[in-house]
Every structure is written in C-alpha cells, then in structure tokens.
Unconditional design. Structure first.
Length: 234
C-alpha cells in the first residue's frame, strides 16, 4: 500500500528535476548568444553580504574573450584544468582519483571538477558537496559542452568565477588586486590570480601569503605549454 502513496511524490520529484534541467538548458542557450549571467554563486554571496554591509553591490564587469589577457587564460587552464581544450567537459580519471581520496578521508573533500564542471556548478548549483550534486553537475556539463564552444565556456567562467569577497570575474579581480585592466595582466599577476581560485576569500585577506607566491611561480613555469581555445567570435 505504501508504494501507492509514494508514487505521486516520486513522480513530482522527477518532474521537478526535468523542469530544472530544461530551465538550465534555456539559460545556457541565452548565454551562448550573449546574455551575461548572474550566477547562483553570485546571488548567494550577495545575500550573505547584504545583512553584514547593507546595500552591497558585487564587484564585477564583463569582458569579452578577446579582451582578457591570454596570460590569465593560460594560468587558469594550467592551474584548474590542463586538458580543457581536449576533453568533452568531464575528466573521469580526475573524478576517480578524487573519489579515492574522499574514500580514504571518509568525507568529500575533492571533486575532480574541470573548468566546465565548475562553471555549471557556479551558474546553477550550490557549493554543497554530495555525489547527487556531482551527478547533476556532470549531466549539465555535457549539455553545456554540446551547446557552447570552448572559448565561450572559458569566457563565461573567467567572468563569473569568484576572486575575493564580493569580487567576481577577471576584470574585477584585475582592478581589485592590481589596479589594471584584465587585458593588461602580466604572466606573474595572472599566475597569482589562478592560485587564488580554490580559496579566493582566504587569499583576498592574505595577499602576502608565502604559499601564494611559491605556487604562482610553479604555475608560471608551466604556463608556456598551456593550450587555450581560439576565439571563435561567438
């Protein structure tokens, strides 16, 4: 008997899931033709900061792919996803390694996410860590990779990723940390910004961290071989 009571709830959950996926697909299409996202992470950060600081506006300013320094593109790809140009959005080897690390530690501390997966999470999902959310992230990433070229994915990522408290996107980060345009970032500055990505608020508050400088030097040495997408002008 309980199965008959349960069925409507299961069907409702499935319908909600399908509707959410369809909603995401529509927005991905709009981003592909030029709409600038205000991501789920941006909304969450603004809601967090408003009670503490009153009317609070995020630091963000959109820059097209061609107006962002290649130094930053190479640094971010080197640091976050060396195979970005070649894979289909999901790096299963990295995911398996992350799962093994999580199993050893007994909790989810690593996700093995590519740039495309991180963008999917930033745009539509939350920072909560679970295997269910990871499955949804993977599914939506494949959709995004089918709908958008690599340069567009990287452009959106670089314009929406968090780089400090209330700081989102390459232009805001370049202004916030170096008082210059995102197109003018030097290799060293780009490497430092790439290092900040996993913990932007920490590095925003600890800009003289020795770890920041040493890790930036590692990325700097590897940037020369980084592959980045060509600008397809979409």
């Amino acid at each position: 008997m309980w199965r008959y009571w349960l069925k409507p709830y299961v069907y409702s959950l499935v319908l909600i899931f399908i509707m959410f996926q369809a909603w995401c697909v529509v927005w991905i299409g709009l981003y592909g033709i030029g709409l600038h996202p205000f991501s789920a992470f941006m909304k969450a950060e603004q809601m967090r900061l408003i009670p503490a600081k009153g009317q609070f506006m995020l630091e963000r300013e959109w820059r097209s792919y061609g107006d962002i320094s290649n130094n930053l593109k190479k640094a971010v790809v080197t640091s976050e996803d060396a195979g970005f140009v070649d894979h289909d959005g999901v790096d299963w080897v990295a995911i398996e390694k992350a799962k093994q690390r999580n199993d050893r530690r007994g909790r989810i501390t690593a996700g093995g996410s590519t740039i495309s997966m991180q963008l999917t999470k930033n745009l539509f999902l939350s920072s909560n860590r679970s295997y269910l959310r990871k499955a949804e992230e993977i599914a939506m990433t494949y959709v995004m990779e089918l709908m958008l070229p690599k340069d567009k994915i990287l452009e959106i990522y670089l314009n929406t990723v968090e780089w400090g408290e209330g700081v989102f996107g390459a232009q805001a980060a370049a202004q916030h940390y170096f008082n210059r345009d995102a197109s003018q970032l030097t290799p060293q500055q780009a490497a430092k910004l790439a290092v900040m990505l996993p913990a932007p608020k920490f590095y925003d508050a600890n800009r003289k961290s020795k770890n920041l400088g040493s890790r930036a030097n590692v990325i700097l040495r590897r940037m020369g071989s980084a592959q980045i997408p060509e600008n397809e002008g979409i």
